[in-house]
Design a protein around this ligand. Structure first.
Ligand code: PEP
Length: 251
C-alpha cells in the first residue's frame, strides 16, 4: 500500500479581496509553514493569485486556482487558461459543485478542464458529490461513482490528480458527513480510480470536503480512504485553517 501524503486545501471562493487575501496568506504562512508531512494549498480568487503566490514563493504552501478554462487560448472573454495560471499556481479546483450547479458545468467540461490543467503541469483537484435528494433516495454511491467515472473519461495523468468527494448537502451547511459516510464514499471514489487505472488507486489522494473544521478533522483523517480535506468556510481564518494543517501533519 502506497503511503499517501495528506492534503489540506482551502477554497476561499468569492469571499475576500486582494488585501484580505494577503493577510490570510500571511497568517497561514506564519502558523503553518513549518508543519511537515502534509501538502498545504490555498485557492484565492484569480485577482489575488499573483500577489499571494509572490508572498508564498519559496514557502511550503502551494497556491491553487478555483477554476480554469478547458480551452488553450482564443476568443473566450473572461476565461483564464491553464497556460496563464502556470507560474502562479501549482493546483486548480475543477468541477466544484457550485460550478456544476450555478454555471452548468457538465462532467464532460470537468474532464476537459482537468486534462487542460494536467497538460500544463497543474494538478487538478477534481470534485464530485451528490445532492441531498440523491442521498435520500439511497443512490449516493452509484451517483458519485458515475459522476467520477464520467468526469475522468479519457483522463490519463494520474500522478497529477487529486479527487475531492464533497456531498453538496454538507457544503457550507455546518453539517459535515459522518466519518463513516465520508469513508464509504471516498472508498467508492477509490474504487472508480481502481477500475479506470488500477495502478493509480493506491496513490491518488481522495479528499473529503463539506463543513470540515478543527472539531471533526481528526476523525475524518483516521479513515483509511480519506487523504485530507478540501475546506471552504474554515479556510477563511488563518488560525482555524492552520489547526487543520496541524491535524494532518507533524508540527
Ligand atoms: C467547499 O465549498 O468546497 C467546502 C467544502 O465548503 P465548506 O467547508 O464551507 O463546507
Amino acid at each position: 500500500m502506497a503511503l499517501r501524503t495528506p492534503v489540506i486545501a482551502g477554497n476561499w471562493k468569492m469571499n475576500t479581496d486582494i488585501e484580505s487575501d494577503l493577510e490570510l496568506a500571511r497568517g497561514i504562512l506564519e502558523q503553518s509553514d513549518a508543519v511537515i508531512g502534509v501538502e498545504k494549498i490555498v485557492c484565492p480568487p484569480f485577482v489575488a493569485l499573483a500577489s499571494v503566490s509572490e508572498l508564498l514563493r519559496g514557502s511550503s504552501i502551494h497556491v491553487g486556482a478555483q477554476n480554469v478554462s478547458a480551452n488553450e487560448n482564443g476568443a473566450y472573454t473572461g476565461e483564464i487558461s491553464a497556460a496563464m495560471l502556470k507560474g502562479l499556481t501549482s493546483h486548480v479546483i475543477v468541477g466544484h459543485s457550485e460550478r456544476r450547479a450555478l454555471y452548468g458545468e457538465t462532467s464532460g467540461d470537468v474532464t476537459a478542464k482537468a486534462a487542460a490543467a494536467a497538460s500544463s503541469g497543474l494538478r487538478p483537484i477534481l470534485c464530485v458529490g451528490e445532492a441531498l435528494e440523491v442521498r435520500q433516495t439511497g443512490n449516493a454511491e452509484s451517483f458519485v461513482a458515475d459522476q467520477l467515472e464520467s468526469s475522468l473519461a479519457g483522463y490519463s495523468d494520474w500522478d497529477a490528480l487529486i479527487v475531492a468527494y464533497e456531498p453538496v448537502w454538507a457544503i457550507g451547511t455546518g453539517e459535515a458527513a459522518t466519518s463513516d459516510q465520508a469513508q464509504e464514499m471516498t472508498a467508492v471514489c477509490r474504487g472508480v480510480i481502481q477500475n479506470l487505472a488500477a495502478g493509480a488507486a493506491d496513490s491518488v489522494r481522495v479528499l473529503y470536503g463539506g463543513s470540515v473544521n478543527s472539531g471533526n478533522i481528526a476523525e475524518l483523517l483516521e479513515q483509511s480512504d480519506i487523504d485530507g480535506a478540501l475546506v471552504g468556510e474554515a479556510s477563511l481564518k488563518a488560525d482555524e485553517f492552520s489547526r487543520l494543517i496541524a491535524a494532518a501533519g507533524t508540527v
